[in-house]
Design a protein around this ligand. Structure first.
Ligand code: NAP
Ligand code: MG
Length: 496
Protein backbone atom coordinates (compact mmCIF):
# COMPACT_ATOMS: atom_id res chain seq x y z
CA UNK A 1 0.00 0.00 0.00
CA UNK A 2 1.56 3.25 -1.03
CA UNK A 3 1.29 6.43 0.97
CA UNK A 4 -1.03 7.93 -1.64
CA UNK A 5 -3.67 5.26 -1.06
CA UNK A 6 -3.66 5.76 2.71
CA UNK A 7 -6.45 8.10 3.61
CA UNK A 8 -6.13 10.15 6.73
CA UNK A 9 -9.36 10.88 8.56
CA UNK A 10 -10.45 14.54 8.18
CA UNK A 11 -10.20 14.99 11.95
CA UNK A 12 -6.55 13.90 11.80
CA UNK A 13 -5.80 16.24 8.92
CA UNK A 14 -7.37 19.07 10.85
CA UNK A 15 -5.42 18.17 13.99
CA UNK A 16 -2.11 17.94 12.13
CA UNK A 17 -2.72 21.40 10.67
CA UNK A 18 -3.03 22.95 14.14
CA UNK A 19 -0.19 24.78 15.84
CA UNK A 20 0.83 22.34 18.55
CA UNK A 21 1.71 24.14 21.73
CA UNK A 22 2.03 22.77 25.22
CA UNK A 23 -1.21 22.18 27.10
CA UNK A 24 -1.08 24.18 30.33
CA UNK A 25 -4.01 25.21 32.54
CA UNK A 26 -6.47 23.99 29.89
CA UNK A 27 -4.94 26.22 27.20
CA UNK A 28 -2.69 25.54 24.23
CA UNK A 29 0.40 27.71 24.62
CA UNK A 30 3.58 28.01 22.53
CA UNK A 31 7.03 27.56 24.03
CA UNK A 32 8.31 30.65 25.79
CA UNK A 33 11.35 30.48 23.53
CA UNK A 34 9.20 30.01 20.43
CA UNK A 35 11.17 26.86 19.60
CA UNK A 36 9.52 23.97 17.78
CA UNK A 37 10.62 20.49 16.76
CA UNK A 38 9.68 18.17 13.92
CA UNK A 39 7.51 15.13 14.38
CA UNK A 40 8.38 12.53 11.76
CA UNK A 41 6.14 9.89 10.18
CA UNK A 42 8.18 6.66 10.42
CA UNK A 43 6.40 5.10 7.44
CA UNK A 44 7.56 7.83 5.07
CA UNK A 45 10.41 9.65 6.86
CA UNK A 46 8.49 12.86 6.15
CA UNK A 47 7.69 15.55 8.69
CA UNK A 48 4.09 15.11 9.83
CA UNK A 49 3.87 18.32 11.80
CA UNK A 50 5.84 20.40 14.26
CA UNK A 51 5.28 20.63 18.00
CA UNK A 52 6.50 22.99 20.70
CA UNK A 53 10.00 22.29 22.01
CA UNK A 54 9.65 22.87 25.71
CA UNK A 55 12.32 24.08 28.10
CA UNK A 56 12.63 24.93 31.77
CA UNK A 57 10.33 27.97 31.56
CA UNK A 58 7.51 25.99 29.99
CA UNK A 59 7.97 23.21 32.52
CA UNK A 60 7.82 25.77 35.31
CA UNK A 61 4.51 27.14 34.02
CA UNK A 62 3.05 23.66 33.74
CA UNK A 63 4.22 22.56 37.19
CA UNK A 64 2.89 25.78 38.72
CA UNK A 65 -0.47 25.17 37.06
CA UNK A 66 -0.54 21.61 38.39
CA UNK A 67 0.46 22.78 41.85
CA UNK A 68 -2.21 25.49 41.90
CA UNK A 69 -4.84 22.99 40.85
CA UNK A 70 -3.65 20.56 43.50
CA UNK A 71 -3.51 23.07 46.33
CA UNK A 72 -6.78 24.77 45.47
CA UNK A 73 -8.37 21.37 45.81
CA UNK A 74 -10.26 21.64 42.52
CA UNK A 75 -9.30 18.05 41.93
CA UNK A 76 -8.18 16.35 45.14
CA UNK A 77 -11.18 17.71 47.07
CA UNK A 78 -13.70 17.10 44.33
CA UNK A 79 -16.06 14.36 45.54
CA UNK A 80 -14.39 11.15 44.44
CA UNK A 81 -17.45 9.96 42.57
CA UNK A 82 -17.22 13.14 40.46
CA UNK A 83 -13.58 12.42 39.69
CA UNK A 84 -14.60 8.93 38.70
CA UNK A 85 -17.35 10.27 36.46
CA UNK A 86 -14.89 12.57 34.65
CA UNK A 87 -12.47 9.70 34.08
CA UNK A 88 -15.32 7.58 32.78
CA UNK A 89 -16.52 10.41 30.50
CA UNK A 90 -13.04 10.74 29.07
CA UNK A 91 -13.06 6.99 28.38
CA UNK A 92 -16.43 7.35 26.64
CA UNK A 93 -15.16 10.20 24.49
CA UNK A 94 -12.09 8.23 23.42
CA UNK A 95 -14.37 5.31 22.59
CA UNK A 96 -16.58 7.52 20.42
CA UNK A 97 -13.45 8.73 18.65
CA UNK A 98 -11.55 5.46 18.75
CA UNK A 99 -10.70 5.52 15.04
CA UNK A 100 -9.12 8.95 15.39
CA UNK A 101 -7.12 7.95 18.45
CA UNK A 102 -5.93 4.72 16.83
CA UNK A 103 -4.99 6.35 13.52
CA UNK A 104 -3.09 9.13 15.25
CA UNK A 105 -0.78 6.78 17.19
CA UNK A 106 -0.19 4.55 14.16
CA UNK A 107 0.67 7.55 12.05
CA UNK A 108 2.95 9.03 14.69
CA UNK A 109 5.00 5.98 15.63
CA UNK A 110 4.26 3.19 13.18
CA UNK A 111 2.24 0.57 15.03
CA UNK A 112 -0.10 -1.42 12.77
CA UNK A 113 -3.59 0.08 12.76
CA UNK A 114 -5.12 -3.30 13.64
CA UNK A 115 -3.14 -3.27 16.84
CA UNK A 116 -3.93 0.32 17.79
CA UNK A 117 -7.61 0.09 16.80
CA UNK A 118 -8.38 -3.31 18.35
CA UNK A 119 -5.61 -3.68 20.94
CA UNK A 120 -3.96 -0.72 22.60
CA UNK A 121 -6.68 1.95 22.26
CA UNK A 122 -9.41 -0.32 23.70
CA UNK A 123 -6.96 -1.21 26.48
CA UNK A 124 -6.43 2.47 27.22
CA UNK A 125 -10.20 3.04 27.41
CA UNK A 126 -10.64 0.04 29.66
CA UNK A 127 -7.83 1.23 31.88
CA UNK A 128 -9.46 4.63 32.42
CA UNK A 129 -12.75 2.96 33.34
CA UNK A 130 -11.03 0.58 35.73
CA UNK A 131 -9.29 3.49 37.46
CA UNK A 132 -12.51 5.55 37.44
CA UNK A 133 -13.93 2.85 39.70
CA UNK A 134 -11.00 3.19 42.12
CA UNK A 135 -11.60 6.91 42.69
CA UNK A 136 -14.26 6.05 45.31
CA UNK A 137 -12.30 3.19 46.86
CA UNK A 138 -9.03 4.69 48.06
CA UNK A 139 -9.59 3.63 51.66
CA UNK A 140 -7.60 3.63 54.87
CA UNK A 141 -7.74 1.20 57.78
CA UNK A 142 -8.58 1.27 61.45
CA UNK A 143 -5.77 -0.23 63.49
CA UNK A 144 -6.17 -1.82 66.95
CA UNK A 145 -3.19 -0.30 68.82
CA UNK A 146 -1.90 -1.50 72.21
CA UNK A 147 -0.13 1.74 73.13
CA UNK A 148 -2.99 3.03 75.26
CA UNK A 149 -6.49 4.33 74.83
CA UNK A 150 -6.37 5.49 71.26
CA UNK A 151 -8.35 5.32 68.10
CA UNK A 152 -5.86 4.81 65.30
CA UNK A 153 -6.65 5.01 61.61
CA UNK A 154 -4.93 5.61 58.29
CA UNK A 155 -5.92 7.72 55.32
CA UNK A 156 -4.44 7.72 51.86
CA UNK A 157 -3.62 11.15 50.54
CA UNK A 158 -2.65 12.00 46.97
CA UNK A 159 1.10 12.53 46.68
CA UNK A 160 0.66 15.87 44.87
CA UNK A 161 2.07 16.98 41.54
CA UNK A 162 3.10 14.03 39.38
CA UNK A 163 5.57 14.28 36.50
CA UNK A 164 4.68 11.49 34.07
CA UNK A 165 7.43 10.79 31.54
CA UNK A 166 6.64 8.23 28.87
CA UNK A 167 8.21 6.48 25.85
CA UNK A 168 7.03 6.31 22.25
CA UNK A 169 6.15 2.65 21.87
CA UNK A 170 2.49 2.86 22.97
CA UNK A 171 1.90 6.62 23.22
CA UNK A 172 -1.76 6.84 24.28
CA UNK A 173 -1.69 3.72 26.42
CA UNK A 174 1.46 4.78 28.29
CA UNK A 175 -0.10 8.21 28.97
CA UNK A 176 -3.27 6.62 30.30
CA UNK A 177 -1.49 4.04 32.45
CA UNK A 178 -0.05 6.98 34.35
CA UNK A 179 -2.97 9.41 34.23
CA UNK A 180 -5.52 6.80 35.32
CA UNK A 181 -4.16 6.02 38.79
CA UNK A 182 -2.69 9.50 39.37
CA UNK A 183 -6.00 11.22 38.65
CA UNK A 184 -8.15 8.63 40.45
CA UNK A 185 -6.20 9.24 43.64
CA UNK A 186 -6.47 13.05 43.34
CA UNK A 187 -3.03 13.99 42.03
CA UNK A 188 -2.50 16.53 39.27
CA UNK A 189 -0.16 15.76 36.39
CA UNK A 190 2.41 17.21 34.02
CA UNK A 191 2.89 14.71 31.21
CA UNK A 192 5.99 14.69 29.00
CA UNK A 193 5.41 12.46 25.97
CA UNK A 194 8.33 11.16 23.92
CA UNK A 195 9.70 13.48 21.26
CA UNK A 196 8.89 10.89 18.57
CA UNK A 197 5.18 10.54 19.42
CA UNK A 198 3.70 13.58 21.16
CA UNK A 199 0.43 13.88 19.26
CA UNK A 200 -1.99 11.60 21.09
CA UNK A 201 -1.07 13.13 24.46
CA UNK A 202 -1.90 16.59 23.11
CA UNK A 203 -5.18 15.39 21.67
CA UNK A 204 -6.05 13.57 24.89
CA UNK A 205 -5.53 16.73 26.95
CA UNK A 206 -7.91 18.64 24.68
CA UNK A 207 -10.47 15.88 24.99
CA UNK A 208 -10.12 15.95 28.79
CA UNK A 209 -10.87 19.67 28.76
CA UNK A 210 -13.89 18.97 26.56
CA UNK A 211 -15.40 16.53 29.09
CA UNK A 212 -14.89 18.98 31.94
CA UNK A 213 -11.52 18.38 33.64
CA UNK A 214 -10.66 21.53 35.62
CA UNK A 215 -7.71 23.66 34.52
CA UNK A 216 -4.29 22.52 35.72
CA UNK A 217 -5.25 18.91 36.41
CA UNK A 218 -3.76 17.52 33.19
CA UNK A 219 -0.87 19.47 31.62
CA UNK A 220 1.31 18.35 28.73
CA UNK A 221 4.76 19.69 27.92
CA UNK A 222 6.32 18.45 24.69
CA UNK A 223 10.03 18.50 23.98
CA UNK A 224 13.25 16.60 24.34
CA UNK A 225 14.10 14.46 27.33
CA UNK A 226 17.35 16.30 27.92
CA UNK A 227 15.51 19.64 28.04
CA UNK A 228 11.82 19.41 29.03
CA UNK A 229 12.23 15.99 30.67
CA UNK A 230 15.27 16.94 32.73
CA UNK A 231 13.69 20.26 33.82
CA UNK A 232 10.59 18.43 34.96
CA UNK A 233 12.51 15.90 37.02
CA UNK A 234 14.55 18.68 38.65
CA UNK A 235 11.59 20.94 39.42
CA UNK A 236 11.25 21.43 43.20
CA UNK A 237 7.43 21.39 43.06
CA UNK A 238 7.22 17.97 41.44
CA UNK A 239 6.37 15.55 44.23
CA UNK A 240 6.62 12.37 42.25
CA UNK A 241 8.15 11.20 38.98
CA UNK A 242 6.41 8.30 37.28
CA UNK A 243 8.77 7.17 34.55
CA UNK A 244 8.51 4.63 31.76
CA UNK A 245 11.50 4.29 29.47
CA UNK A 246 15.02 2.97 29.30
CA UNK A 247 16.94 1.74 32.32
CA UNK A 248 19.74 4.19 31.56
CA UNK A 249 17.49 7.26 31.70
CA UNK A 250 15.64 5.79 34.70
CA UNK A 251 18.89 5.70 36.68
CA UNK A 252 19.71 9.32 35.90
CA UNK A 253 16.20 10.40 36.92
CA UNK A 254 16.55 8.59 40.25
CA UNK A 255 19.78 10.43 40.94
CA UNK A 256 18.20 13.83 40.33
CA UNK A 257 15.08 12.96 42.31
CA UNK A 258 17.20 11.74 45.23
CA UNK A 259 18.32 15.29 46.06
CA UNK A 260 14.88 16.30 47.25
CA UNK A 261 13.62 12.78 47.98
CA UNK A 262 10.94 13.09 45.29
CA UNK A 263 9.00 9.86 44.92
CA UNK A 264 9.84 7.81 41.85
CA UNK A 265 8.46 4.74 40.15
CA UNK A 266 10.24 3.07 37.28
CA UNK A 267 8.94 0.97 34.40
CA UNK A 268 12.10 0.15 32.49
CA UNK A 269 13.61 -2.12 29.90
CA UNK A 270 13.68 -5.88 29.55
CA UNK A 271 15.25 -8.90 27.88
CA UNK A 272 12.47 -11.31 28.58
CA UNK A 273 13.04 -15.07 28.35
CA UNK A 274 10.39 -17.22 26.72
CA UNK A 275 10.70 -20.96 27.35
CA UNK A 276 9.18 -23.61 25.09
CA UNK A 277 9.17 -27.01 26.80
CA UNK A 278 9.24 -30.33 24.99
CA UNK A 279 5.62 -31.04 25.92
CA UNK A 280 4.29 -27.70 24.63
CA UNK A 281 1.56 -27.38 22.05
CA UNK A 282 4.06 -26.46 19.35
CA UNK A 283 1.70 -24.65 17.01
CA UNK A 284 0.46 -22.36 19.74
CA UNK A 285 3.90 -21.93 21.24
CA UNK A 286 5.34 -20.82 17.91
CA UNK A 287 2.63 -18.36 17.01
CA UNK A 288 2.50 -17.03 20.59
CA UNK A 289 6.25 -16.64 20.73
CA UNK A 290 6.41 -14.91 17.37
CA UNK A 291 3.74 -12.48 18.53
CA UNK A 292 5.84 -12.18 21.68
CA UNK A 293 8.76 -10.77 19.72
CA UNK A 294 7.28 -9.18 16.60
CA UNK A 295 4.26 -7.40 18.07
CA UNK A 296 4.74 -3.66 17.66
CA UNK A 297 7.96 -4.32 15.64
CA UNK A 298 9.56 -5.71 18.79
CA UNK A 299 9.32 -2.27 20.37
CA UNK A 300 7.79 -3.63 23.55
CA UNK A 301 9.46 -3.53 26.96
CA UNK A 302 8.32 -7.10 27.61
CA UNK A 303 9.20 -8.48 24.14
CA UNK A 304 10.13 -12.15 24.41
CA UNK A 305 13.52 -11.59 22.84
CA UNK A 306 15.29 -14.68 24.22
CA UNK A 307 13.53 -17.87 23.20
CA UNK A 308 14.73 -21.09 24.85
CA UNK A 309 13.50 -24.25 23.13
CA UNK A 310 13.77 -27.83 24.48
CA UNK A 311 16.38 -29.62 22.38
CA UNK A 312 14.00 -32.44 21.42
CA UNK A 313 11.78 -30.02 19.47
CA UNK A 314 14.38 -27.37 18.63
CA UNK A 315 14.72 -28.07 14.88
CA UNK A 316 11.00 -28.35 14.38
CA UNK A 317 10.29 -25.12 16.25
CA UNK A 318 13.05 -23.24 14.47
CA UNK A 319 11.69 -24.26 11.08
CA UNK A 320 8.19 -23.09 12.05
CA UNK A 321 9.62 -19.78 13.29
CA UNK A 322 11.47 -19.28 10.04
CA UNK A 323 8.24 -19.74 8.07
CA UNK A 324 6.38 -17.41 10.41
CA UNK A 325 8.97 -14.65 10.16
CA UNK A 326 9.21 -14.92 6.39
CA UNK A 327 5.46 -14.65 5.90
CA UNK A 328 4.67 -11.88 8.38
CA UNK A 329 3.11 -8.97 6.49
CA UNK A 330 5.31 -5.92 6.94
CA UNK A 331 3.79 -2.75 5.54
CA UNK A 332 2.23 0.65 5.98
CA UNK A 333 0.91 1.03 9.52
CA UNK A 334 -2.45 2.36 8.31
CA UNK A 335 -3.10 -0.64 6.07
CA UNK A 336 -5.45 -3.02 7.89
CA UNK A 337 -3.57 -6.03 6.48
CA UNK A 338 -0.28 -4.97 8.04
CA UNK A 339 1.07 -7.15 10.87
CA UNK A 340 4.31 -5.26 11.43
CA UNK A 341 5.05 -1.59 10.69
CA UNK A 342 8.27 0.45 10.54
CA UNK A 343 10.40 1.06 13.63
CA UNK A 344 9.90 4.49 15.12
CA UNK A 345 12.85 6.55 13.92
CA UNK A 346 16.12 6.66 12.07
CA UNK A 347 17.95 6.34 15.40
CA UNK A 348 16.02 3.19 16.27
CA UNK A 349 16.57 1.80 12.77
CA UNK A 350 20.33 2.30 13.06
CA UNK A 351 20.35 0.77 16.52
CA UNK A 352 18.55 -2.40 15.41
CA UNK A 353 20.75 -2.71 12.31
CA UNK A 354 23.80 -2.37 14.53
CA UNK A 355 22.65 -5.28 16.72
CA UNK A 356 22.10 -7.43 13.62
CA UNK A 357 25.66 -6.70 12.53
CA UNK A 358 27.00 -7.53 15.99
CA UNK A 359 25.07 -10.83 15.99
CA UNK A 360 26.77 -11.82 12.72
CA UNK A 361 30.18 -10.77 14.02
CA UNK A 362 29.75 -12.78 17.22
CA UNK A 363 28.84 -15.89 15.22
CA UNK A 364 25.06 -16.27 15.47
CA UNK A 365 23.33 -17.90 12.48
CA UNK A 366 20.70 -15.97 10.62
CA UNK A 367 17.51 -17.97 10.04
CA UNK A 368 15.20 -15.25 8.70
CA UNK A 369 15.30 -11.54 7.90
CA UNK A 370 18.42 -9.65 8.83
CA UNK A 371 18.02 -6.52 6.76
CA UNK A 372 15.97 -3.56 5.67
CA UNK A 373 12.59 -4.15 4.08
CA UNK A 374 12.49 -1.46 1.41
CA UNK A 375 9.66 -3.16 -0.50
CA UNK A 376 7.38 -2.26 2.42
CA UNK A 377 7.85 1.45 1.78
CA UNK A 378 10.28 4.34 2.17
CA UNK A 379 10.09 4.32 5.97
CA UNK A 380 12.15 2.60 8.66
CA UNK A 381 11.12 -0.94 7.76
CA UNK A 382 13.13 -3.90 9.04
CA UNK A 383 12.57 -7.58 8.27
CA UNK A 384 11.37 -9.84 11.08
CA UNK A 385 14.71 -11.34 12.09
CA UNK A 386 15.46 -14.70 13.73
CA UNK A 387 18.92 -15.75 14.90
CA UNK A 388 19.78 -19.29 16.00
CA UNK A 389 23.09 -20.62 17.30
CA UNK A 390 23.07 -17.87 19.91
CA UNK A 391 25.20 -18.27 23.05
CA UNK A 392 24.10 -16.77 26.37
CA UNK A 393 27.02 -14.35 26.51
CA UNK A 394 26.44 -12.90 23.04
CA UNK A 395 25.30 -9.30 22.90
CA UNK A 396 21.93 -10.11 21.33
CA UNK A 397 21.18 -12.50 24.21
CA UNK A 398 21.96 -9.84 26.80
CA UNK A 399 21.06 -6.37 25.61
CA UNK A 400 17.63 -4.96 24.92
CA UNK A 401 17.35 -4.41 21.16
CA UNK A 402 13.80 -3.00 21.13
CA UNK A 403 13.28 -4.13 17.56
CA UNK A 404 12.15 -7.16 15.53
CA UNK A 405 15.13 -9.38 16.34
CA UNK A 406 14.97 -12.59 18.35
CA UNK A 407 17.64 -14.97 19.67
CA UNK A 408 16.66 -18.66 19.72
CA UNK A 409 18.61 -21.11 21.90
CA UNK A 410 18.20 -24.79 22.82
CA UNK A 411 18.07 -26.10 26.40
CA UNK A 412 18.32 -29.54 28.01
CA UNK A 413 16.68 -29.40 31.41
CA UNK A 414 14.45 -27.16 33.49
CA UNK A 415 16.90 -26.13 36.18
CA UNK A 416 19.44 -25.23 33.53
CA UNK A 417 16.95 -23.08 31.61
CA UNK A 418 15.75 -21.32 34.76
CA UNK A 419 19.26 -20.36 35.68
CA UNK A 420 20.05 -19.15 32.16
CA UNK A 421 16.75 -17.27 31.92
CA UNK A 422 17.45 -15.51 35.23
CA UNK A 423 20.97 -14.52 34.19
CA UNK A 424 19.96 -11.04 33.11
CA UNK A 425 20.11 -7.60 34.63
CA UNK A 426 16.42 -7.35 33.71
CA UNK A 427 13.34 -9.04 35.14
CA UNK A 428 10.24 -7.63 33.49
CA UNK A 429 8.39 -10.60 32.01
CA UNK A 430 8.81 -14.25 31.08
CA UNK A 431 6.93 -16.80 28.99
CA UNK A 432 6.49 -20.53 29.49
CA UNK A 433 4.93 -23.02 27.08
CA UNK A 434 4.07 -26.43 28.54
CA UNK A 435 1.10 -28.77 28.86
CA UNK A 436 2.35 -30.00 32.24
CA UNK A 437 0.81 -28.20 35.20
CA UNK A 438 3.72 -29.02 37.50
CA UNK A 439 6.25 -27.59 35.06
CA UNK A 440 4.09 -24.50 34.63
CA UNK A 441 3.98 -23.72 38.34
CA UNK A 442 7.58 -24.70 38.95
CA UNK A 443 8.84 -22.30 36.30
CA UNK A 444 6.38 -19.55 37.32
CA UNK A 445 7.75 -19.78 40.85
CA UNK A 446 11.41 -19.72 39.90
CA UNK A 447 11.56 -17.13 37.14
CA UNK A 448 12.61 -13.71 38.37
CA UNK A 449 10.14 -11.51 36.56
CA UNK A 450 7.26 -9.19 37.38
CA UNK A 451 4.93 -11.12 35.07
CA UNK A 452 5.01 -14.77 33.98
CA UNK A 453 2.76 -15.87 31.13
CA UNK A 454 2.06 -19.58 30.76
CA UNK A 455 0.77 -20.69 27.36
CA UNK A 456 0.29 -17.05 26.43
CA UNK A 457 2.35 -13.96 25.70
CA UNK A 458 1.56 -10.24 25.76
CA UNK A 459 -1.67 -10.41 27.69
CA UNK A 460 -2.45 -7.39 29.82
CA UNK A 461 -5.40 -6.26 31.86
CA UNK A 462 -6.16 -3.06 33.76
CA UNK A 463 -6.76 -5.16 36.88
CA UNK A 464 -3.48 -7.11 36.73
CA UNK A 465 -0.32 -5.48 38.16
CA UNK A 466 2.51 -4.57 35.80
CA UNK A 467 6.15 -3.85 36.61
CA UNK A 468 9.62 -5.23 36.87
CA UNK A 469 12.15 -7.01 39.08
CA UNK A 470 15.83 -6.01 39.09
CA UNK A 471 16.85 -3.32 36.57
CA UNK A 472 13.44 -3.49 34.91
CA UNK A 473 12.31 -1.10 37.63
CA UNK A 474 10.01 -1.03 40.64
CA UNK A 475 6.44 -0.15 41.44
CA UNK A 476 3.36 -1.68 39.84
CA UNK A 477 1.41 0.40 37.38
CA UNK A 478 -1.83 -1.47 36.96
CA UNK A 479 -4.41 -3.08 39.18
CA UNK A 480 -4.97 -1.87 42.73
CA UNK A 481 -1.18 -1.82 43.26
CA UNK A 482 -0.96 1.31 41.11
CA UNK A 483 -2.74 3.34 43.80
CA UNK A 484 0.27 2.90 46.08
CA UNK A 485 2.43 4.83 43.61
CA UNK A 486 0.34 7.96 43.86
CA UNK A 487 -0.65 8.07 47.53
CA UNK A 488 0.99 8.66 50.89
CA UNK A 489 -0.25 6.83 53.95
CA UNK A 490 -1.09 9.08 56.89
CA UNK A 491 -1.61 7.55 60.31
CA UNK A 492 -3.85 9.41 62.79
CA UNK A 493 -3.94 8.91 66.60
CA UNK A 494 -6.97 10.09 68.56
CA UNK A 495 -6.49 10.07 72.31
CA UNK A 496 -9.70 8.81 73.88
P1 NAP B 1 13.99 6.70 26.85
O1 NAP B 1 14.96 7.16 25.88
O2 NAP B 1 14.42 6.35 28.22
O3 NAP B 1 12.88 7.85 26.91
C1 NAP B 1 11.73 7.75 27.71
C2 NAP B 1 11.23 9.14 28.03
O4 NAP B 1 12.19 9.80 28.87
C3 NAP B 1 11.06 10.04 26.82
O5 NAP B 1 9.95 10.86 27.01
C4 NAP B 1 12.36 10.82 26.84
O6 NAP B 1 12.30 12.01 26.14
C5 NAP B 1 12.55 11.04 28.30
N1 NAP B 1 13.92 11.37 28.70
C6 NAP B 1 15.09 11.11 28.07
N2 NAP B 1 16.13 11.60 28.76
C7 NAP B 1 15.62 12.18 29.87
C8 NAP B 1 16.19 12.86 30.98
N3 NAP B 1 17.50 13.04 31.11
N4 NAP B 1 15.37 13.36 31.93
C9 NAP B 1 14.04 13.18 31.84
N5 NAP B 1 13.44 12.55 30.81
C10 NAP B 1 14.22 12.04 29.84
O7 NAP B 1 13.20 5.44 26.31
P2 NAP B 1 12.54 5.25 24.87
O8 NAP B 1 13.62 5.00 23.89
O9 NAP B 1 11.58 6.34 24.60
O10 NAP B 1 11.66 3.96 25.12
C11 NAP B 1 12.17 2.68 25.06
C12 NAP B 1 12.47 2.14 26.43
O11 NAP B 1 11.31 2.18 27.27
C13 NAP B 1 12.88 0.70 26.39
O12 NAP B 1 13.98 0.49 27.24
C14 NAP B 1 11.65 -0.03 26.93
O13 NAP B 1 11.91 -1.28 27.47
C15 NAP B 1 11.13 0.93 27.93
N6 NAP B 1 9.69 0.68 28.19
C16 NAP B 1 9.33 0.11 29.39
C17 NAP B 1 7.99 -0.17 29.65
C18 NAP B 1 7.57 -0.84 30.94
O14 NAP B 1 6.37 -0.88 31.21
N7 NAP B 1 8.48 -1.37 31.74
C19 NAP B 1 7.03 0.15 28.71
C20 NAP B 1 7.43 0.73 27.51
C21 NAP B 1 8.77 1.00 27.26
P3 NAP B 1 12.64 12.07 24.55
O15 NAP B 1 12.26 10.81 23.93
O16 NAP B 1 11.79 13.18 24.13
O17 NAP B 1 14.09 12.39 24.46
MG1 MG C 1 6.34 10.63 15.14
Amino acid sequence: MSETTVSLMPEIQEFLAQTHGHFIDNAVVPSRSGAVMDDVNPATREVLTTVARGGAEDVDLAVKAAKRAFEAGAWANMPPNQRGILLWRLADLIEQRIDIAAQLDSLDMGMPIRQSRYGTTPMAIDHLRYMAGWATKVEGRTIPVSAGSFFNYTVREPVGVVAAIIPWNFPLLMAIWKLGAALATGCTVVLKPAEQSPLSALMLAQWAREVGFPAGVINVVTGYGSEAGAALVAHPDVDKVAFTGSTEVGKSIMKTAADRMARVSMELGGKSPNIICADANIKRAVSGSMLGIFMNQGEVCSAGSRIYVARAIYDQVLEAMETYAKTLRVGHPLDHRTQMGPVVSDEQYQRVMHYIEVAHREGASLIAGGGAMSEAGPGYFIQPTVFAGVEDQMTIAQEEIFGPVVAVMPFDDLDEVVSRANQSIYGLAAGVWTENVRTAHYLAQRLKAGTVWVNAYHVYDAAAPWGGFKQSGFGREMGSYALDLYTEVKDVWIGL
